[in-house]
Write a protein that binds this ligand. Structure first.
Ligand SMILES: Cc1cc2nc3c(=O)[nH]c(=O)nc-3n(C[C@H](O)[C@H](O)[C@H](O)COP(=O)(O)OP(=O)(O)OC[C@H]3O[C@@H](n4cnc5c(N)ncnc54)[C@H](O)[C@@H]3O)c2cc1C
Ligand code: SF4
Length: 530
């Protein structure tokens, strides 16, 4: 195998060394320990080192610009990843994973907060943007020929090459994924093995706590170290408070060090532009704190609520082996706005979804090797808002519509049926008002008649969109078709907050392709006047 990147080549030639072991000296400034204040100048400052930020930083560095990446979280190296969920969540996730939406639903919002962003903790699923979504943006949201499949295609191809995208192989399919493939195939859902960013996945089912072998091609072991190898610099444990605007231009970012008492001031000046890639919840609030005004800022937030279901079978499933998420079906994406996926949970998380108390609970936890978990992912129609609460905390308000709930319920009915067809002796619907354990296929009708009250369901939000959407004019959105904030020609937003809608498929690939497209346009554009 060959790689265009020297650091990656080092790992490929020696699997005992990871790309984040071999970073150029002085390329990482850990602001938790650095001497403060800091005041430096670069061509571009990129805020955020996740899917969108790492790709933008890499492309701009490759084009010959000096680039600084500002990242709020720490750089947790591959060698430091631990299976243990509690400490991993505290180190890698925003608010230790306790961030939640407000609204008529209980829905945690899960985001990474570390170098590599959410790609460090995600399942590495790669999906090109569906064509119908790009068409919808062109026609209903007026983007026309600004964002087309043709324009995105070379970026998908380059990313797929760099991050080694391919379908899960037999060796790491595992019982949970294999069972879904069989059952979903039997009911005509045309399941497929998931395509993922990975090199040599060992099937440890541990994607959520960071890949212990760097097989997962998250940004922490790919575009971030590759950027640093090309001369970029990373300021981690550095939270950007605001972007400095002067004379209608972005001139730099200002913020403070994390994880230390004396916060100090860190200013990174931007000679050519600022690239905002802090993710859907944070980017709109950074714009707001920086004085950007637009009536669409913080509006049109969308997500893909995910709702899981568990089943206990007689045979061993052993979901602790296999690709964390390895099988899926998008057959009902258009008609029901839902996608099905498998998911494996770390053992400590199983009790969270395990019904029963006392002896019952202990027995079920003890039988976890018989457990399969599948999920309905909803392309919801509801829109929410992102704002900043009076304590300074990010605030997301969102409530699914009745139609959204009908789609989720339809998905859960499918999953319950497939689980009983597979021979499940227990199905755990996770819907308040239903028995916590269903034991007979006749009881699927209880799921069919389940309440449509969103608070009765157990959701998670991990795919986030909108809140600074793209539109040709400032009356329609926050960002123009060059990815610049309307009225500030060198302040660019390149994450999924610019997406006019959600997608119905996993977003990382679309986010990276859009960011790559944006970066090429930014690199090719003449500098805006100082
Ligand atoms: C558990 C889980 C599994 C997922 N699985 C998949 C999957 O398999 N496939 C897929 O397509 N998608 C998946 N996703 C979603 C996907 O990971 C995200 O959509 C994607 O990473 C978002 O990219 P981003 O660049 O917008 O944000 P992120 O990747 O979250 O990066 C944003 C970065 O900005 C930093 N930041 C924020 N504010 C500031 C600030 N003020 N100053 C400095 N830095 C800041 C953050 O700390 C963070 O590191 C998953 C998500 C989760 C939570
Ligand atoms: S399942 Fe594969 S990619 Fe995920 S953590 Fe384990 S080895 Fe890494």
């Amino acid at each position: 195998m060959t790689s265009p990147y020297p650091l990656d080549e080092a790992r490929l030639n020696n699997p005992q060394r990871f790309a984040d072991d071999d970073l150029p000296e002085g390329s990482v400034i850990d602001c938790a320990a650095a001497q403060l204040p800091i005041d430096e100048a670069y061509d571009f400052v990129v805020i955020g080192s996740g899917a969108s930020g790492a790709v933008a930083a890499h492309e701009l560095t490759s084009a010959g610009f000096s680039v600084a990446i500002a990242e709020e979280g720490p750089y947790v190296r591959t060698r430091e990843f631990k299976k243990e969920v509690g400490s991993a969540f505290l180190k890698l996730f925003r608010d230790g994973s306790f961030q939640a939406l407000e609204g008529r639903v209980f829905m945690p919002v899960i985001q990474g907060r570390c170098v590599g962003g959410t790609t460090v903790v995600n399942s590495a699923i790669a999906w090109r943007t569906p064509e119908d979504v790009v068409d919808e943006w062109a026609t209903q949201f007026g983007l026309g020929d600004a964002i087309t499949m043709r324009a995105l295609e070379p970026h998908f191809e380059a990313l797929e090459h760099d991050l080694n995208v391919h379908a899960v192989v037999d060796e790491v399919l595992g019982g949970n994924n294999a069972l879904f493939m069989k059952q979903a195939g039997a009911v005509g859902l045309y399941p497929t093995r998931i395509k993922r960013y990975e090199r040599g996945c060992k099937g440890s089912s541990q994607c959520l706590t960071g890949c212990p072998t760097a097989a997962k091609q998250g940004m922490n072991v790919t575009y971030v170290p590759w950027t640093l190898a090309l001369g970029g610099r990373l300021f981690c444990n550095y939270r950007v408070e605001r972007i400095e605007l002067a004379g209608g231009r972005a001139v730099g970012v200002i913020g403070s060090a994390q994880s230390r008492r004396d916060k100090g001031t860190i200013r990174l000046r931007a000679k050519r532009g600022v690239i905002l890639a802090a993710s859907t919840v944070q980017s709109p609030n950074i714009l707001r704190r920086s004085g950007v005004c637009n009536r669409h800022l913080g509006q049109h937030f969308q997500t893909h609520p995910g709702c899981g279901m568990g089943a206990v079978l007689d045979q061993d499933i052993n979901m602790y082996f296999g690709a964390t998420q390895g099988a899926e079906s998008i057959h009902l994406r258009a008609s029901e706005r839902i996608k099905f996926e498998t998911i494996s949970m770390n053992p400590e998380l199983v009790p969270v979804r395990c019904p029963g108390l006392g002896v019952d609970l202990v027995r079920r936890i003890g039988n976890a090797r018989h457990l399969a978990i599948w999920v309905t992912i909803l392309r919801s129609q509801a829109e929410g808002t992102v704002s900043q609460g009076w304590t300074g905390r990010d605030r997301v308000v969102f409530s699914p519509t009745k139609r959204d709930m009908e789609h989720v319920r339809a998905g859960q009915v499918y999953l319950a049926r497939m689980m009983f067809d597979a021979g499940a002796r227990e199905v755990w619907p996770g819907i308040y008002g239903l028995p916590p354990v269903l034991t007979s296929p006749d009881q699927v009708k209880l799921v069919e008649e389940a309440p449509l009250e969103p608070r009765a369901y157990t959701f998670i939000a991990s795919h986030l969109f909108g809140a600074a959407r793209m539109a040709r004019t400032a009356t329609g959105g926050v960002v123009d078709t060059t990815f610049a904030v309307h009225g500030v020609p060198n302040l660019f937003v390149v994450d999924s907050s610019v997406f006019p809608t959600n997608l119905g498929v996993n977003p990382q690939h679309s986010i990276m392709a859009m960011s790559r497209l944006a970066s090429h346009r930014i690199a090719d554009a003449p500098p805006t006047l100082a």
